[in-house]
Structures are given as structure tokens and as C-alpha cells.
Design a protein around this ligand. Structure first.
Ligand SMILES: C[S@@+](CC[C@H](N)C(=O)[O-])C[C@H]1O[C@@H](n2cnc3c(N)ncnc32)[C@H](O)[C@@H]1O
Length: 292
């Protein structure tokens, strides 16, 4: 709570100055073969995963808070809709358990949500889940959450694997029924390589299913969002003492391809029946495709 007019004035000045600073950020877009984007900055390609790693190591312990600040808590509704729409779980008349993989799954939000849903809606207590993340701290947060929930910790059905989504060298070809990735793919150094790998690990008939920030389709909402986004790093520094990570997260959202561009990339990886659904005026979108 703001206790005095002086504190309020200081906070207002900080917000205004930061907003001006952000407007002046040099958004260089020129890349060569050895460079890529880290937010709006151009960095050597081999540095990006380390920089992304630093961001998530830094936010891991305050991950829920970060999501709630960034989305005003709405990420929980998006994730629920994402899982309900997928309707995951082995059907009673099917003999084989399903093999799920949740990539960039650190927090376990989606992986645990899928397993809970499969059990409550379809009575599925046999399907398996690989929770995969490149970042050890994020994966540890997921395991800690499983321990606190009293399920999916040291559960033979659930593996926690440190893996780069662009390679997934511990995951066999044609081994997974459903591949999910939620708010993770925009952080990959090479998004197309991540999609090609998703295609490789899925069985024929397997489903690629992704939740990610996207392009806002309504001008008014976009205007409000742009102002909100400028303030996010400041809130990040107030609530989590971490301005830079929040700035990266905002910039990475801005750089991510729009709905149609991302759809083309999924098709390029080989998927069929590719489609998407925009959520909250396109603030984020669900994308899907099926391996033929
Ligand atoms: C915003 S968090 C999303 C976590 C979770 N899926 C959710 O929806 O709450 C992004 C995650 O992507 C992971 N990540 C980034 N690049 C990755 C890569 N190349 N391979 C695997 N995970 C990656 C980060 O470590 C981080 O845990």
C-alpha cells in the first residue's frame, strides 16, 4: 500500500521515466546467420538459451506471482480452457495408456492439470507424463509443487527431464500421443526446430497443442495492452525486484509471430489439420496440428 504522497510521487515518477525509457529502446531487427533475438535485442545465437535460462532461474521461485502480475490472474482461466478443449485422457474402451509430454513445462501447471483432468473426466490413472524443461530451477519448482500437492512426486508415471525442446534427445521418435507446450515456445532459440522436434517425437495421429501469447486483434484492447506492457517491468521490479526479466518477457511476446504466421510454421513442420483459437481478443492463442 502507498503510505505517503511522497512515496506515491516517487512511484509515479519511476513509472513515467521507465515508460519514456522503454519508448526509446533501440529495437534493432537486423539478424545475420549467427545472431537471434533475445526480446528486442540482437544477441549471438549461442548465447540466447543461456540468457533465457537466466531469466527463468531468476523468476522460478516467484513464478506464480510473475504470471499473475503479467496476466492479472487470467492465465489460470486460459490454462483451464486449454486443457478442457484438449479433453485429454485414455478412454475406457481403449487398451493402451496415453503418453503425454509437456514441454517447457517447468511449473507443472499444464502437466498436472492434464493428469488431474484425465483422472476426473475419464478415470484415467495409467497414462504417463514427461515434464520437460531446459531449466533445472523451473523443473525443481514443478517437483516442489508436486510434493506439496501430494501427487505426481516420485510417481512412476511422471518423469521430470532437463531437455532442450529443440532437440529432446531423451525422447524417442514416434513415442508420444500428445505434445503440449504452454507459454514456452516463444523462448526457444529456434522455434521451427522446436516444431520439427515436436513432429519427430509424436506418433502418427499424435497431437501438437500449444498455448502462447499472440497478436491482439482488437485495436482498443491492443492500445490498453501496450500501456500495460510498458509498466510490467516496473511492477516486476516492485514485486519481484527483477526489472530485466520482466522486460525480456514483454519483448519476447512482441516478437512472437502472429496467429497466421505461427500456423504456417506448424504446417511447415509437417502437421496437418492445423488450426488456432484466439483467446481474450488474441492476447494469447491455442494452436494445434496433427501428425499424419
Ligand atoms: C513462461 S514459462 C512456462 C511454464 C509453464 N509451461 C506454464 O505454462 O506455466 C517458460 C518455460 O520455458 C522454458 N524453456 C525456455 N526455452 C526452452 C527450451 N529451449 N527447451 C525447453 N524449455 C525451455 C523455461 O525454462 C520456462 O520454464
Amino acid at each position: 500500500m502507498i503510505k505517503s504522497p511522497t512515496t506515491a510521487r516517487t512511484l509515479y515518477r519511476t513509472l513515467t521515466n521507465t515508460s519514456k525509457l522503454l519508448n526509446n529502446v533501440n529495437k534493432s531487427t537486423s539478424l545475420n546467420n549467427d545472431t537471434t533475438h533475445f526480446g528486442s535485442k540482437v544477441v549471438p545465437t549461442e548465447m540466447k538459451s543461456k540468457l533465457v535460462g537466466n531469466v527463468f532461474s531468476s523468476v522460478a521461485s516467484k513464478y506464480d506471482l510473475m504470471n499473475d502480475v503479467m496476466s492479472l490472474g487470467i492465465h489460470r482461466l486460459w490454462k483451464d480452457h486449454f486443457i478442457n478443449k484438449l479433453d485429454p485422457g485414455k478412454r475406457p474402451n481403449s487398451l493402451e495408456p496415453l503418453n503425454f509430454i509437456d514441454v517447457a513445462g517447468g511449473s507443472g501447471d499444464i502437466a498436472f492439470g492434464i493428469l488431474d483432468y484425465a483422472k476426473s473426466k475419464h478415470g484415467d490413472t495409467v497414462s504417463t507424463m514427461d515434464v520437460v524443461d531446459i531449466n533445472r530451477e523451473m523443473l525443481k519448482e514443478g517437483e516442489k509443487r508436486a510434493l506439496n500437492m501430494g501427487r505426481y512426486y516420485k510417481d512412476p508415471r511422471v518423469r521430470y527431464l532437463i531437455q532442450n525442446a529443440e532437440i529432446l534427445d531423451k525422447i524417442e521418435d514416434n513415442s508420444k500421443d500428445i505434445y503440449t507446450v504452454s507459454f514456452g515456445i516463444r523462448n526457444f532459440t529456434d522455434i521451427q526446430a522446436g516444431l520439427n522436434t515436436a513432429y519427430r517425437v509424436l506418433k502418427p495421429g499424435g497431437i501438437f497443442y500449444c498455448l502462447e501469447f499472440s497478436q491482439i486483434e482488437n485495436q482498443l484492447v491492443d492500445l490498453v495492452y501496450q500501456q500495460w506492457a510498458k509498466m510490467l517491468p516496473v511492477f516486476g521490479s516492485i514485486v519481484a525486484n527483477d526489472y530485466d526479466s520482466y522486460q525480456y518477457l514483454v519483448e519476447s511476446i512482441e516478437r512472437f509471430p502472429n496467429q497466421e504466421e505461427f500456423k504456417s510454421m506448424i504446417e511447415k513442420a509437417g502437421f496437418q489439420s492445423v488450426g488456432y483459437e484466439s483467446l481474450s481478443f488474441g492476447i494469447c492463442a491455442i494452436h494445434w496440428g496433427i501428425k499424419a
